[in-house]
Structures are given as C-alpha cells and as structure tokens.
Ligand binder design. Structure first.
Ligand code: FDA
Length: 498
C-alpha cells in the first residue's frame, strides 16, 4: 500500500519528536538533500528525473537514532530502506522500482572500526567501506587482514549481508563466513546482538542478503593472518596467444590451486586477463606457476611484491605508487551506467564452447565477464551452514558487466543475449546467481494482501539461496511477519498455513 501524504507528514512529525537531531534528517526541501542522496550512488541509471526517491533521508550517528526511525516508520506505515555503501546493483537501498513512499536510513556516519590486535578480531560499523576496514586493520597490525571485495568503496553493511567475495576467499571464505557477532535493529525497533537475536536470525544475516531482516549496525569479525609480502600479477593473453586454451584449463585448475593462490579472469574484447593474488613471495609463485600453469608463461618479471594493504590498492590502480590512503576515499563517480548479472559454473565449459563465447566480446555493446574461482575454504563450508549455497562443486562465479555512457538507461542487448547464450553451460535447476550481484531480471516480488508472496519470492530466491531460501523465509516470518523491511527482491515471510 502507498501511504497517504498524511502518513508521510505524521512520520516526519514523529521523527522530530525523537532523539534524532533535526540536522540529521534531510527532506527534498533541504538544500543538501540531493547531495546526500547522490553521495553513494554508483549508477546514474538510478539518479534520473523519474527515479522514485525517498521521502527523506535519515543519517543516524548512533543506534538509538536507527531505532527511533524504525519505530516511527512502523507507527505511521512508512517503510525504511537502509543504505550502507550504496553499491547495490539495482539501487534498492535508495530508490524504489515502483511508486512507493519510503525513507532512507543512511549509515554512512556510523563507520567506526575498532581492532583488537591481541584477539585478532574487530568490530566494524556497517557504514564503513571495505577500504576503510582494510586500512584500519593493516594499520593496527600489518600481519592482519580481512577477506572481502575488491572495490574499496563497497559498504560493509550490504557486502557482508550478501556474503562478500574477494581474492582471499579460497583461503579464508567469504566475509560473512568470518562474522562472529553482530548488532541489529529489528522490525520492532529492538537492538539485538548474537545472543538476543537467536540462532536463525544470526544465521540469516550472514549471507541472506541485505534489506531483509533488520538493520545491521555493526559486525564483529575474525581477522586473518597475511605474510609481510604478497605477490600480484596481471597476465594478458589474446585469442591469438592462446587465451581460449588458457581459460579452458583455468576452469578446473583455479579451484584446486593451493589456497594461498587466487587467479581470477577478466575477459574483454579478444583478451583474457589473468589477475592473481598470492599470499607469499615471487620465487615460490614462479615455481608453482611453471609447474601447474605453464600456459601463462609467468616469470619473475610479472611479479609485483608488496604488502597486502598495498595489493588492495594495486588491484584497482595497477601501480604501487598510489598511496594506501586512497582506500579511505569514499567518493564515487556517477559517470558510467552499468548492468550486472551472474552465474555459477559447476562443470567446465569445453574449449569448443569457449571458441563460440569469445566472439561475443567483439559485438556491439560488448562489456566484460569476470570469473572468480571457488574451491578451498569457500567451497569447504557446508551449503546449509550459511545462506550462501554456492559451495561444494562450484568451480567459479561468472559476473557479466555491461557498461555505457550517455543518456540511455537501457542496457545494451549484448548482456541479455550473452546470458541467454550461456544457459547450457552454467548451473541449472535452478540457474544460480549471487545475491550481492543483484539482478531484478531474475524475478521481482509481488505483494498479496499487504505481504510479499512466498511463491513470487521463490522464483528469484532459489537462484540466490538454493535450498536455504525456505529457511530464510521461515526466519523472516518469525522476525518480521508483517513484512516491514521489504523491497522488490526481499525475502518474503513464510508463515505456515494449517
Ligand atoms: P547498499 O547500501 O546499496 O546495500 C545493498 C543492500 O543491502 C540493499 O538492499 C540495502 O538495503 C541492504 N543493506 C545495506 N546496509 C545494510 C545493513 N546495515 N543492514 C541490513 N541491510 C543492509 N561484491 C563482492 O562480493 N565482491 C566484490 O569484489 C564486489 N565488487 C563490487 C564492485 C562494485 C563497483 C560494485 C558496485 C559492487 C561490487 N560488489 C562486489 C557487490 C557488492 O558486494 C554489493 O553491491 C553489496 O551489497 C554492496 O553493499 P553496500 O553496503 O555498498 O550497498
């Protein structure tokens, strides 16, 4: 239901009676509304004159502000959407696909990182970026690190909620696999931790996707050891230089390599870029590569040795001169439109098929695909231990990325064409997808009688969560039966009917 104007006014009135200082509430009439709204929008697709925008943005500086916003929202039937880093590929943290009155709770001001060096743990607030986390951890202790994604401006809140893949997941698992405790504001405005939220909810928030179960304010994480020097390489092979052979071999090799070694692949035009992080020194890496993957022809000259922290800069900058302080830069650019989709591969794609896939990258509107190897720790955890089901038997994840500039908000046909073409080669029944690469094409909720229907959620939900979807929906039914935290792809409450 779309709340009336009166509900909106009552909601704003309610906020003004809480402990939330008025300067932390931005309505469209506030001079800084647009700059606050756009502050973490990545994709200009979701910042157009027709984008459905929030009624207001609340920027809490402590937990009680978040509780107050939820309580006012409940009381006056105005939903809140929570935003941490704003990197949602469908923009669901700050815009609605359908006409709806909602408020945004933007956690960007809640971004402390408190490292306990001796215990090798940290408490990190959801509004921190992974770059800020990496920086704080390595500055507190250069021998410690954390496994999470490659783009430093990703928000901890959404990223951990959906899993969190990165170059150390083969050794240490997903970000969510390293969460030890969390604080959350639930749909009743209660502030809970691991003990008080109970086992099902604590299970659900570690990979079950953001925006479903409450607002996670902070996470206690296990930090992981890294050596003083790690080695990075980027090796590019064109089709003429054997890219097809190398990618074909990579599919079964990468998931079985020593866990200290991750090699991802980016395919673009007629090139495959092999990009690798090794938790060790150059000489050991050269030996391993010459035995296991001679097709890349890797030599000492390809090695870039550096600290782990520097490698998190290098993966984006491509140089070792960029200061590590750039990890603290939260500014994002609005210039490029993107559309992303994902798949999982369980059975290696044949060389003949790769020969047919490569020409797709020379078509009009062609983007790239990124292949992230699984195996090791990320595959060693049982499918039901966390909501993220893409574990044993998964060789790698595929991310399809289309990008364009200009005025059009429509993705080039290239991406849906390639996605259709790939269908025979990827996981099926259901065709898997990664919730952090959110894609509304795979299904959107319908609301029946004021509550998201389980059947509509199942369509996309089993793609992201496999057999775990049902437990997520049952958990949602226990903690938010009224479906307060809801969006176009939120977990529906499953309440069994007798
Ligand atoms: P955002 O704030 O948009 O939130 C995403 C979703 O989570 C929304 O539904 C939101 O409501 C909800 N949410 C946010 N904060 C919450 C909180 N505190 N409690 C509960 N729910 C919350 N992924 C990956 O695994 N590895 C990678 O290397 C990358 N790289 C990458 C690069 C770039 C440029 C982009 C744009 C994205 C990625 N991603 C990624 C995907 C990324 O993990 C995913 O978009 C995350 O959900 C982003 O989290 P944010 O907090 O930034 O998003």
């Amino acid at each position: 239901s779309v709340p009336s104007m009166a509900a909106s006014e009552d909601f704003l009135q309610c906020l003004s009676t809480t402990s939330i200082p008025s300067q932390l509430v931005f309505t469209p009439s506030s001079p800084s509304f647009t700059s606050v709204l756009v502050s973490s929008i990545r994709n200009p697709k979701f910042f157009t004159p027709t984008t459905v925008r929030p009624l207001c943005i609340v920027t809490p500086t402590n937990a009680s502000h978040v509780q107050a916003a939820v309580l006012c929202g409940r009381r006056h039937d105005v939903r809140v959407r929570v935003r941490s880093g704003g990197h949602d590929y469908e923009g669901l943290s700050y815009r609605s696909e359908r006409p709806e009155t909602f408020a945004v709770v933007d956690l960007a001001s809640l971004r402390a990182v408190r490292v306990d060096r001796a215990a090798a743990t940290a408490w990190v607030d959801s509004g921190a970026t992974v770059g800020e986390l990496y920086y704080a951890v390595a500055k507190a202790s250069p021998g410690l690190a954390f496994p999470a994604g490659l783009c430093p401006t990703i928000g901890v809140g959404g990223h951990f909620s959906g899993g969190g893949m990165g170059l150390m997941m083969r050794k240490y698992g997903l970000s969510a696999d390293n969460v030890l405790d969390a604080t959350l504001v639930d749909a009743n405005g209660r502030l809970l931790d691991k003990e008080t939220m109970g086992a099902d909810l604590f299970w659900a928030i570690r990979g079950g996707g953001g925006g479903n179960f409450g607002i996670v304010l902070s996470w206690k994480v296990r930090l992981v050891p890294v050596p003083p020097t790690v080695t990075f390489f980027d090796i590019q092979k064109s089709v003429d230089q054997g890219a097809v052979n190398a990618v074909t071999k990579w599919q079964t090799l990468a998931p079985t390599l020593p866990e200290d070694l991750s090699i991802r692949v980016i395919v673009q035009s007629n090139q495959a870029l092999f990009q690798s992080l090794y938790l060790g020194s150059c000489s050991a890496l050269v030996t391993t590569m010459s035995i296991l993957f001679p097709e890349l022809g890797m030599t000492r000259a390809d090695c870039r040795e550096m600290s782990w922290l520097q490698s998190m800069v290098y993966v984006n900058s491509g140089d070792t001169e960029t200061p590590v302080e750039t990890l603290l830069n939260r500014t994002t650019s609005l210039s490029t439109f993107t559309k992303n989709k994902s798949d999982y591969v369980k059975k290696a794609i044949t060389k003949d098929s790769w020969e047919k896939i490569f020409p797709w990258f020379n078509k009009t509107g062609a983007g790239i695909i990124i292949l992230e190897p699984h195996g090791g720790r990320v595959s060693g955890i049982a499918d039901a231990d966390t909501p993220f089901p893409h574990r044993s038997g998964v060789l790698y994840n595929i991310q399809y990325v289309a990008f364009w500039t200009g005025n059009g908000t429509d993705a080039p046909n290239w991406i849906s064409g390639l996605y259709d073409f790939m269908e025979p080669f990827v996981s099926k029944n259901p065709r898997g997808a990664y919730v952090n690469y959110r894609d509304l094409d795979i299904g959107e909720n319908t609301v029946v009688g004021g509550v998201t229907s389980y059947e509509s959620g199942k369509v996309w939900g089993e793609k992201y969560f496999g057999g775990n979807f049902r437990r997520l929906a049952i958990t949602k039914g226990k903690v938010d039966a009224g479906d307060y935290f809801r969006n176009e792809q939120s977990v529906p409450p499953f309440v069994s009917r007798k």
